[in-house]
Design a protein around this ligand. Structure first.
Ligand code: SF4
Ligand code: SF4
Length: 379
């Protein structure tokens, strides 16, 4: 029976536009799949993705767990004899797939194009300005000791964030389901054909330990220098630093509502210490990422708009958090409150836009790992 291939040339053009312009020189030697520390005989990549994109096979390329199995170590770029930059193609496919599976679609597009940046900042700015206007804090800052909850009460912040994050979690879940179905379709099985439940714990453990990142560093392909030296430790630091900040924020909420323990909390308080240490860890790790992405461009692949945006927002969120604390301690009211306002906007950007920014890897990589494990293709 003849197989009809319908190339989507627009898809190919868009992937090339996402910094994968060297892919057409690939002559399918397979070196990239052989040197990739994560690829296996059962689930080889990135050679097949190269040919799928060359042929414009959008459904195959996007309905595929391997694009998220890749951890961007750059080994394939280093060893490709044609300098076709397969790691760039994998990164471009990931960027494209975040926008492709986004629910609602326009949010995926908004996070992938710089011209929508003002709109993305305007949304939280208007929400917080409306709250401040309602409270009468737009025209006059609270008097006396600087207490951020006098300026923007915790309850208002929580209602705004819970509503927005609730919506974005629905978007994340729907996007994950679309991706899961696409992978099942591509593999020729029904979406219920896999049983992911028994792989949930092992997949989560892999993620928490960053096993794949470690694998990138542990299995050197040869003597050539790659981008992967710092990958495991830096990613682990960002992950646990971020988790520390989440635990800090949650603990503050519990402290206020369950024990009436109002902010600001003293420096020596364990939760405060956890927040400050976590913030320092995130700033240090993001700085390493930024530096390595600049100096290792040839190996890691040139960073895309979504790479820079994500790292910049994560860094600015943490830096403005520290700035708020310093300005409060220095009793600079006129600066502390506006900085807190900006800090809230960055937090909103970071958390509410998770399913549409590069941060969406926490959704799609998890789904891909689960799908690969439940279909027996776990690398
Ligand atoms: S990307 Fe490079 S290493 Fe991979 S198959 Fe093509 S030419 Fe070979
Ligand atoms: S960047 Fe690393 S993990 Fe990704 S395909 Fe290349 S060698 Fe494999």
């Amino acid at each position: 029976m003849a197989t009809l291939i319908q190339p989507d040339l627009e898809f190919k053009r868009e992937i090339i536009g996402l910094d994968a312009h060297d892919l057409s020189v690939c002559y399918q030697c397979g070196t990239c799949s052989a040197v990739c520390p994560i690829s296996t005989a059962d689930n080889p990549f990135p050679r097949k993705e190269m040919v799928w994109v060359q042929w414009g096979l959008k459904g195959r390329a996007l309905g595929n767990s391997s694009i998220w199995m890749c951890h961007q170590c750059g080994t394939c770029n280093t060893y490709c004899p044609r300098d076709a930059k397969p790691a760039n193609v994998m990164a471009a496919l990931r960027d494209y797939s975040i926008a492709h599976y986004a629910v609602p679609r326009f949010m995926g597009r908004a996070l992938s194009e710089p011209r929508y940046l003002p709109l993305l900042f305007a949304i939280p700015a208007l929400v917080f300005l409306a709250i401040l206007g309602w409270l009468g804090n737009l025209t006059a800052l609270p008097r006396g000791q600087i207490v951020f909850s006098k300026f923007m009460p915790i309850l208002y912040i929580e209602v705004a964030f819970m509503a927005a994050i609730g919506l974005s979690m629905v978007g994340a879940a729907l996007g994950g389901v679309r991706y899961w179905k696409a992978m099942s379709r591509s593999a020729g099985v029904s979406s219920n054909g896999h049983n992911p439940r028994r792989h949930i714990v092992s997949t989560l453990l892999d993620i928490l330990k960053h096993r794949k990142f470690r694998q990138c560093g542990e299995e050197p392909a040869g003597t050539r220098k790659t981008y992967k030296g710092h990958l495991h430790k830096t990613h682990l630091a960002v992950f646990w630093g971020f988790m520390g900040l989440v635990v800090t924020t949650t603990s503050v909420g519990i402290g206020i509502y369950a024990f009436g323990y109002l902010t600001p909390w003293p420096f020596w308080h364990p939760v405060k210490i956890l927040g400050n240490v976590s913030g320092i860890v995130v700033i240090a790790a993001v700085t390493v990422f930024l530096w390595r992405r600049i100096v290792d461009q040839a190996k890691a692949g040139k960073s895309t708009y979504s790479d820079w945006l994500f790292l910049a927002i994560l860094l600015l969120t943490t830096l403005t958090g520290f700035l708020c604390q310093w300005l409060r301690l220095a009793d600079l009211r006129a600066l502390a409150y506006p900085t807190y306002f900006v800090h809230l906007i960055f937090i909103f950007f970071l958390l509410v836009y998770i399913p549409y920014s590069k941060f969406a890897h926490i959704v799609y990589r998890t789904v891909a790992m689960l799908h690969a494990a439940s279909s027996g293709a776990r690398p």
